[in-house]
Design a protein around this ligand. Structure first.
Ligand code: OAD
Length: 249
């Protein structure tokens, strides 16, 4: 799709051209134009009666493992058919221009890697991976019946998606790498995230406190907006390609 050129401040364009260390933090808004609902959007169809927060927790899994398994099976199917959008591809191109590029994502859909980004930290896991809730063994395949949650072949524990649920710790290695990248970057993008879920939300503030230029691209204002050096309200799939074009086109 052709978009009229958007004028970006010259200082921003030269900041991007000269950047050696850059972080892009993304959230569900980046995948919205691929057809995936954002986390805080209303649920569809059968699942409309539940809030994601009530399905994505260890308590929910303990209470009703089959309900949680089925919700993730439904989401896994939804993700299978989707493709990266121009926002994802623009971030993949950005990585080719910046020596120290780190993409930190809260998304579990795997679309950044599919678009070509290499240095990706998945803070909240990946919905396509399944592991045992007890012994952590990963499962590539499992027997799906309609009555119960599939079991681990190693220990008989219940299988669950390898995603971070509310109340669970983030993967330590990824989180440490994300904090380090945020503290040492010169430019920090916050894109398509409501900025309300910790610790991901605090990364932008850490970067800002260390003197990084903070750029926010979001459909609407967020708690980060007042601190950001540059704010673009709109769709990341439209703004990012134009920004990459302006800086490196
Ligand atoms: P949210 O659903 O909270 O926020 C998505 C943000 O994207 C909102 O601020 C929207 O305004 C914005 N948005 C929507 N469409 C957009 C577009 N096309 N371009 C740009 N912005 C757009 O999603 P996250 O911030 O990712 O965690 O939510 C963070 C975490 O909350 C999720 O990873 C999930 C949830 O708790 C866990 O499951 C652990």
């Amino acid at each position: 799709m052709w978009h009229p050129p958007l004028a970006f401040p010259v200082e921003l364009v030269s900041l991007l051209r000269g950047a050696s260390n850059l972080v892009a933090l993304t959230g569900a808004g980046v995948s919205q134009e691929s057809g995936l609902r954002t986390f805080r959007d209303a649920q569809a169809g059968l699942w409309a009666q539940y809030r994601p927060e009530d399905l994505a927790s260890p308590e929910a899994f303990r209470r009703d493992p089959k309900l949680v398994w089925d919700w993730y099976a439904w989401r896994r199917e939804a993700v299978k058919g989707v493709r990266p959008n121009p926002g994802h591809y623009a971030l993949a191109e950005m990585e080719t221009h910046i020596p120290g590029f780190t993409l930190i994502t809260q998304n579990v859909d795997g679309l950044h890697r599919m678009a070509g980004n290499q240095n990706v930290l998945e803070l909240h896991g990946n919905i396509q991976r399944v592991r045992c809730a007890d012994c952590y063994t990963f499962a590539e395949t499992w027997e799906d019946d309609t009555e119960s949650v599939p079991k681990c072949r190693e220990c008989g524990g219940l299988l669950r998606p390898d995603v971070v649920w509310f109340g669970e710790a983030l993967p330590r290695v990824q989180l440490e790498a994300a904090v380090e990248a945020a503290r040492s970057c010169e430019v920090f993008f916050s894109i398509g995230t409501s900025g309300v879920v910790q610790p991901a939300a605090s990364l932008a503030f850490a970067a800002h406190n260390r003197g990084a230029a903070v750029i926010e691209i979001n459909a609407e204002p967020t708690p980060l907006t007042p601190k950001a050096d540059y704010v673009f309200h709109g769709k990341s799939g439209e703004i990012l390609p134009r920004l990459v074009e302006a800086a490196w086109g």
